[in-house]
Design a protein around this ligand. Structure first.
Ligand SMILES: [Zn+2]
Ligand SMILES: [Zn+2]
Length: 167
């Protein structure tokens, strides 16, 4: 997607929010910024001196569908509303109104699969079921990776972790 297309989609999402009386900031930079380093976050809302810049990951900007880009832009634009710097009740309420009005699926967290994007982060751990062999990729440490014995596969089998860190 070109910068011009991204900026158009941002303007559209802002207009959509305003049309249903969601009080998004009037000080959102009309240019979407593309961040080439972000690998885990798809979007980001940066506040500086009371003005806002919306940033998208390079992957989303390059390979995301229009729907996926709109959804992430909508998520970030809602962070410009008063009291919405986090994902608290106020932000959630606005997200639900956007979802109901325009068929978005804005949620607190997005993932590659839901956005239809290839997941290019390195798999560092495989959590493997010792019974059925089901393998779950994990990109970072988590309670599941640290303590597989506390969890079970859907089939009921015990889990173990294979370290996949490349040297
Ligand atoms: Zn957010
Ligand atoms: Zn299993």
């Amino acid at each position: 997607m070109t910068h011009r297309e991204l900026d158009k989609l941002l303007a559209l999402v802002i207009a959509q929010a305003k049309a249903i009386k969601i009080p998004v900031s009037d000080r959102i930079c009309p240019q979407v910024r593309v961040n080439r380093r972000a690998r885990t976050r798809f979007g980001c809302c940066i506040r500086r001196d009371g003005a806002y810049t919306i940033e998208l990951s390079d992957l989303l900007a390059r390979e995301g569908s229009e729907d996926a880009v709109l959804q992430v832009l909508a998520h970030e634009v809602l962070h410009t509303c008063y009291g919405c710097s986090n994902h608290g009740a106020r932000w959630k309420g606005y997200a639900q109104r956007m979802n109901a009005a325009y068929g978005f699926h804005i949620s607190r967290t997005d993932n590659h699969q839901a956005l239809g994007l290839p997941d290019d982060r390195p798999v560092r751990y495989w959590v493997v079921c010792t019974r059925c062999g089901h393998k779950i990729p994990r990109m970072k440490r988590s309670p599941l990776v640290d303590h597989p014995e506390r969890y079970r596969c859907k089939c009921g089998g015990a889990l173990r972790v294979e370290n996949n860190i490349e040297r």
